[in-house]
Design a protein. Structure first.
Length: 202
């Protein structure tokens, strides 16, 4: 397992002011994480992990996204307009899944996605507050490369030149791993809480 990125709170006493506030009415704010470390093929296992405090959960929001602007090739992990977590790996064919459980608003919640690189929706798992969620496998027909040569964006999607699906609220303790973490690993991250140091998980 190798951790590709970790953006900690960096404070002993966790406060909203020390997290990344994208805003309750965000339309333009996101973080560009670059492409070199995240331009992965669909056989690469990975984990996305972060804490969120959302002001709304009834609109689509992109937590992580590296889909190509022109073709949408790549992957996205975020929130559906029902409050459910969802993910997609796309190149015209796709893997797409979402959860039964939803992420609440106005409080901090830990969310995570793991994918085992099997090129199958059966290899996807979601977690909300350290607990595995029920997964609906909506599409399972991915064939061919999903390398997008596109920067990974934290908190936003870009489609045909337009900013869409912004995260509404706060994000923090962002981590990406090039392995599918176990349920126990995810529970450990969740139990560490907002101030937990997961830098040893590398």
């Amino acid at each position: 397992m190798s951790r590709l990125i970790y953006i900690p709170s960096g404070v002993a006493a966790y406060t909203d002011a020390k997290s990344l506030n994208l805003g309750a009415s965000n339309t333009t704010k996101y973080v560009n994480l670059g492409a070199s470390a995240f331009n992965y093929e669909n056989t690469q296992a990975l984990t996305f992990s972060m804490w969120v405090k959302l002001s709304a959960n009834n609109v689509y929001q992109a937590f992580f996204n590296n889909q190509s602007d022109a073709t949408s090739t790549g992957y996205v992990f975020g929130l559906k307009n029902t409050g459910a977590l969802w993910m997609q790996i796309w190149n015209g064919t796709r893997i797409q899944c979402y959860t039964t459980e939803t992420v609440g608003t106005a409080a901090w919640h830990h969310v995570a996605l793991t994918y085992d690189g099997s090129v199958s929706s059966a290899g996807v798992a979601f977690y909300i507050d350290g607990t595995a969620s029920t997964v609906t496998q909506q599409f399972n027909s991915l064939v061919g490369s999903t390398v997008s040569n596109t920067n990974l964006k934290l908190g936003m999607n870009i489609s045909l030149g337009s900013l869409i699906d912004p995260v509404l609220g706060y994000i923090n303790e962002v981590a990406i791993f090039n392995a599918a973490l176990s349920a126990g690993n995810i529970t450990t991250i969740y139990n560490a809480g907002h101030t937990g140091d997961i830098s040893a998980m590398s």
